[in-house]
Every structure is written in C-alpha cells, then in structure tokens.
Write a protein that binds this ligand. Structure first.
Ligand code: SAH
Length: 221
C-alpha cells in the first residue's frame, strides 16, 4: 500500500492538534508528534476522511487504532525523557509507537495478534521509523528479557495491574495503564518509588479493547 502525504493532510493534522489542545493536552512535544505523523497511512482508502477526526477506528481483527486524544493523554502521562527505554503493550496499528519514536525514545512493542504485529512492523518500516523492536506475544507478562524499562504503556484495558509489569520497571519508572471492567476503565499512573513502594494516581475514564493473556482477561478465543 503506497500512501502520500500532502498539505491538505498537514492542515488536517494542525486542526487535530488544536482539538487536542482544547481538550487539555499541553506537552508541545506530543502535539508536534501528532502534527508530523501521517495517521491516514493506517486507514484504508475508503476511510481516509476519518483519519484526522478525534476518534478510535477499527483496524481489523476486532481491534482499533486508539483515539488521538487517548494516545496524547497516555503519552503525556509517561513524561518521556529522550533516550528512555519504553515498553508498549498492544502495538495494534503502530500509531502510538510512532508517537513514542517521534519523541526520541527506544521502543519495545508487543502485540498478541500475529497479523497486526506483522502489519504494524511493515508499515513503520515503510514509513522510515527506526528504533523499535517488534515482538509477537503476550505482553501482559511484559518482556522480561529486555527489562528493566524506564516507562511502560499499556494500550488495552486490564482487569488488574499485571504484577509482571511493575516488576519490570526500574526504580523511578512509570507505568500508564487503563484498569477497570470490560466497558470502562480508569487511567492509572503508577510510579515505582522503591521495590516496595508504588505511588498511584488515578485519572478519568476511557474505553479500551481488552488486554488478553495470562495477566489480562481470558486468553484469545
Ligand atoms: N497502541 C495501539 C492501540 C491498539 S488497541 C494503536 O496505536 O493502534 C490494543 C491492542 O492490544 C490490540 O491490537 C490487541 O490485539 C492488543 N493486545 C491485547 N492483549 C494483548 C496482550 N496480552 N499482549 C499484547 N497485545 C495485546
């Protein structure tokens, strides 16, 4: 699939960034990333008009590309520093991964569904992104062979906070994860102050697809 970027799309991205600013997103680095990434590359031709609306959208396999506001909100909560080692659970389309890469961090991204994993890896490579390691597997267990991480972001809704993810954070590290029931989740930011002390902050409600796997909801049917 060959996609083109144009001034029209850049204008649409500026308008999207304005919507996100109006909704409270403040970090200029996050807004810059949103203005640079051609989100329409992740959409089929028939749905290109939807690409710069502030909405989630189906990407196949029953999954979605997250709403831009959600991507921006979670990214802002991570308080990324250039060079951070970041674990993303739920590669999905790969759009959130692009935002992380645009912010100058090293990304390890895990996707449960092989088809989505392969598609995202191919798309980001086509787009010229480097600095990501793509893994197919159950991210609810984290990625022990690459731990510890400075930051972990989970882009699917979890029933509880997976203990594996807290274990794989370095001291001072941050985990951003939506936790709740199957319909609604609260965004949590957990900061690992020491091996025994976790500071928890709670933010507003979101609605994500389910985190599957050993420390998520039931494994995939
Ligand atoms: N970050 C994505 C959002 C995708 S939706 C984006 O920007 O498009 C959440 C994704 O999490 C889905 O693709 C789903 O398959 C994946 N997922 C669910 N449970 C998972 C698990 N245990 N490990 C890895 N990925 C998982």
């Amino acid at each position: 699939m060959v996609q083109e970027d144009s001034y029209k799309h850049k204008g649409m991205r500026r308008a999207l960034a304005k919507i996100l600013t109006d909704k409270g997103i403040r970090d200029p680095r996050v807004l810059d990333a949103i203005m640079r990434i051609p989100r329409h590359f992740f959409f089929e031709t028939a749905f290109l008009e939807q690409a710069y609306q502030d909405k989630a959208f189906p990407i196949g396999e029953g999954q979605t590309i997250s709403q831009p506001y959600t991507v921006a909100f979670q990214t802002e909560l991570l308080a990324l520093q250039p060079g951070d080692k970041v674990l993303e659970i739920g590669t999905g389309s790969g759009y959130q991964c692009c935002v992380l890469l645009e912010m100058g961090v090293k990304v390890y991204t895990v996707e449960y569904i092989q088809k989505l994993h392969e598609r995202a890896k191919a798309m980001l490579t086509y787009m010229g992104y480097k600095g990501a390691v793509y893994v197919h597997g159950d991210g609810s267990r984290g990625l022990p062979s690459y731990a510890p991480f400075d930051k972990i972001i989970v882009t699917a809704g979890a029933p509880t906070v997976p203990t594996a993810l807290l274990q794989q954070l370095r001291i001072g590290g941050v985990l951003v994860i939506p936790v709740g029931d199957e319909r609604q989740q609260k965004m949590l930011r957990l900061t690992k102050e020491s091996d025994t002390k976790i500071r928890k902050e709670e933010f507003s409600g979101f609605s994500f697809v389910k985190l599957r796997g050993a420390q998520g909801w039931d494994a995939m049917p």
